[in-house]
Design a protein around this ligand. Sequence first.
Ligand code: NDP
Length: 479
Amino acid sequence: MSFEYAPAPESRAVVSIKPKYGHFIGGKFVAGSKHFPTINPATEEVLSQIALAGKAEVDAAVKAARKAYTSTWSKMSGKERGKYLYRIARIMQERAREFAVLETLDNGKPIRESRDTDIPLAAAHFFYHAGWADKLEYAGLGTSPKPLGVAGQIIPWNFPLLMLAWKVAPALATGNTVVLKPAESTSLTALLFAEVCQQAELPAGVVNIVTGDGSTGALIVNHPDIDKIAFTGSTEVGKIIARAVAPTKKSVTLELGGKAANIVFEDAPIDETVEGIVNGIFFNQGHVCCAGSRLLLQENVAEEVLHKLKNRMEKIRVGDPMDKNTDVGAINSKEQLAKIIELAAAGDAEGAERWSPACNLPGKGFWFAPTIFTGVTQAHRIAREEIFGPVLSVLTFRTPQEAIEKANNTPFGLSAGIWSEKGSRTLWASQQLRAGVIWANTFNKFDPTSPFGGYKESGWGREGGRHGLSAYLKGVSHE
Ligand code: NDP
């Protein structure tokens, strides 16, 4: 017997969205000259008009950040800096519901995820780094760690506030000031964060937020008075940035794409594994750089796993992201939906077999049903390219060695998953896999204490943990 869920919509009344926003420069909101709309991808409703920063605004933001760095922030003791970070973290917790609702409206992700994952983890990053601010000499990164200066930070649309926290918290804890650009389609929580900076009485210019598109990002990357670039996004743009900073003295960290293998060995606990597969690919609509998008099943358990996986997928609730019962929300943009549709069509054309559970997708907005492709081979585009949507490519293997070879047969190397009840097999496999993060009998677990980052085309450097601090300090090798 299955139960129908009554609608459980979160209230929109907790947020007040302004009709138009400016930039946050030198501790103040300043009016923008040009604007573009930001929409709710679940309804296509225009939420607000976002300012598009050009050279003048980026210059002003960098100038404000430089002034705050030389006059205030780099001179302040770690203990004092830490107090501001704690204050920001506590305000984020106090305003968590507001942040969660705004994130869901602007991004399309289910309120359950923004409420239980994005916002608590963003606050946790500030708490964690607040703790480091006065203890940097004990981090094993030199006896007198020094900040780099002004950091230019460019973030994507899949975890807007969380990616801001990953970038801003370590930069501030180590004594740097920042100029941050959120993604074009998801600027609203960054602008609410700017209000939090004002509320926390953070000295003017320590955090500057300029909104805009790729051209604004390029202005930040190429600005001569920026000391470090931190970027999360596509490998394509990551390569453009790497080329732009190569002839300069800028430090750089890049967190790019992935095509993670989620490997299920014959001795895996099957029911638990099925939950992990679902979480690995359908969490956040699959808009996750470390998503478990290639499922590698040992041949003798493949049928059982696929049968249980399909049963479980029948119960995934797709729809209104503001409903507390929703598991999978809207695709973030029309462009991203077009990309998912195109890659799924390539899966059909190349001979893989597509399956989705029956689901009623809303008429308006951008939607894609949770989908699996079986019969996928390593040559298929859906096995090689990042789809960045709720689409799982299933491959099989016979021996553990074959699993490792298939898993590593990718230009990426961000994450991987291992499902097995044998500790020795898990340890063996994790040593063979060329991926920065490896989960065993779980997937998509994040913690500010744990370094995150990739091998090969998945990026350079680590974010989070002690390793992440090193990326914002002078003369420390970036492990
Ligand atoms: P992008 O890499 O284009 O965007 C990431 C950020 O970089 C955004 O803030 C973007 O601005 C900015 N940007 C774009 N062009 C430049 C540039 N030349 N110089 C500096 N900054 C720039 O990702 P998309 O949003 O276009 O997504 C495309 C694909 O990338 C997705 O389909 C997915 O496969 C992958 N992706 C991977 C992510 C990851 O975490 N690994 C995250 C997001 C996307 P703006 O938003 O205004 O364009």
